[in-house]
Design a protein around this ligand. Structure first.
Ligand SMILES: Cc1cc2nc3c(=O)[nH]c(=O)nc-3n(C[C@H](O)[C@H](O)[C@H](O)COP(=O)(O)OP(=O)(O)OC[C@H]3O[C@@H](n4cnc5c(N)ncnc54)[C@H](O)[C@@H]3O)c2cc1C
Length: 384
């Protein structure tokens, strides 16, 4: 994306505000909600429309923790960090419920369930359940005998399932709309692609496709597109592809859980009206999926169909196919903090967990930026 000379010069009127927020996904809208809570006049600058990015294209899992299991998270981040992240995601859901997302038509308290791809992952799931209990989290392990008779337990290689009982599912588009509707005073400027942000003595000057904006501070919430405005930032775009289908055979019960399979490589959930929503398969085409395109590819879609066929041997009718772009950080955690200047912040790098992390993280980012305080996922861990 870029801004032309003609767009930039389309108006001379300079809009001014306290905080300019770039991007109207979950993160940007949540940042705007926090600005209102702090009494700051903010403006959201969005290139397309709210939820046009990953926030309107994801699977809708409001899951505790990350896609991979707790034992692996502890290996990667250490016990304190992993515990903190799991708590943070629980609180993220509580905060969203406080905004009324529990009343959205698509919202359901559907527990998530992690299923192992091999004996090694089964052992990790068992260990994860022990560690989660030790750390005070509610969790259960189920075996095929106690499992629901749905397509995953009938046809996937499932020996053990780790169930997070309090997780939820939602339509991400409804969630984004609820966040946008929560704003009382903050305008969302659509079609306002940002071409550049320049720190000045008094704040920042932002060139947009709808004219210039000056603000005391700016926060970039463009996740996968973070590098367009902040070239040095350690966030890489990665595409995720999905499909929705209707199973031809309806034996067994509908999917009882929102499932993560093979370390989160594939994810499958019940969709509206008896449909199934299925995504993933990036790992088979990693190089090609390292891009910022929102188009589907034949290869990944074919792989998804192949995987779906193992779960639904009676056949499926594909209803929708789509793709979205995530912003991956090197350690899988968000990046929050000043991006080269104390008045220009970033809140990006959600690495596939923005539904579970984005709202609370962006609200915290605004507080830390305005009130002061070390950000939770400090950006300077990748300085240099
Ligand atoms: C297929 C898929 C499935 C996923 N499933 C899940 C899931 O089930 N659970 C979960 O927790 N997470 C999931 N995620 C990840 C989650 O969707 C993201 O982490 C989250 O939506 C990121 O939100 P965001 O607001 O940071 O970014 P985005 O929603 O991508 O918003 C960024 C916005 O910035 C705008 N923008 C970009 N550049 C500019 C510019 N220069 N000027 C102005 N505006 C600009 C874009 O148009 C966009 O609207 C999934 C992602 C994908 C792609």
């Amino acid at each position: 994306m870029s801004v032309s000379l003609w767009q930039r010069m389309s108006t001379d009127e300079v809009r001014t505000c306290g905080v300019a927020i770039v991007g109207a996904g979950i993160a940007g809208l949540s940042a705007a909600i926090e600005c209102e809570a702090l009494g700051i006049d903010a403006v959201v600058l969005e290139a397309r429309a709210p939820g046009a990015g990953a926030s309107g294209r994801n699977a809708g899992f409001l899951m505790r923790g990350a896609a991979d299991n707790y034992a692996r998270a502890i290996e990667s981040w250490g016990r304190d960090r992993a515990r903190e992240l799991w708590r943070w995601t629980e609180q993220n859901l509580e905060d969203l419920l406080a905004l009324g997302i529990g009343e959205l038509p698509s919202f359901s308290r559907t527990p998530s369930c992690l299923i192992g791809a091999d004996a090694d992952e089964d052992a990790q799931l068992r260990r994860s359940a022990e560690l989660l209990r030790e750390d005070g989290f509610e969790v259960s392990l189920i075996s095929p005998e106690e499992a629901p008779d749905d397509a995953v337990w009938r046809h996937a290689r499932a020996c053990v399932g780790l169930v997070n009982p309090n997780d939820a599912l939602v339509s991400p588009v409804e969630l984004v709309a609820r966040l946008a509707d929560s704003l009382r005073t903050t305008p969302i400027l659509t079609g306002a692609e940002v071409g550049s942000i320049t720190p000045t003595d008094a704040g920042v000057r932002i060139e947009t496709a709808r004219g210039p904006v000056t603000a005391e501070r700016a926060i970039v919430c463009t996740n996968a597109w973070a590098r367009t405005l902040l070239p040095g930032i350690a966030v890489e775009p990665n595409r995720g592809q999905m499909m929705a289908f209707r199973p031809r055979e309806t034996s067994g019960v509908p999917l009882a859980h929102a499932y993560y399979l093979d370390h989160g490589s594939e994810y499958i959930r019940p969709g509206p009206g008896g449909t199934v929503v299925f995504g993933g398969a990036r790992k088979y085409h990693e190089e090609a999926e390292r891009c910022a395109s929102e188009s589907c590819t034949r290869e990944v879609q074919a792989r998804l169909e192949l995987l779906a066929a193992t779960l639904y041997p009676g056949g499926i009718d594909v209803l929708d196919r789509w793709a979205g772009v995530m912003g991956f950080s090197p350690d899988g955690l968000p990046l929050v903090g000043p991006a080269g200047h104390e008045r220009l912040w970033a809140c990006v790098g959600f690495t596939g967990h923005g539904m579970s992390l984005g709202h609370r993280t962006a609200r915290g980012a605004v507080r830390d930026m305005v009130v002061g305080g070390p950000p939770r996922f400090a950006i300077d861990r990748f300085a240099g």
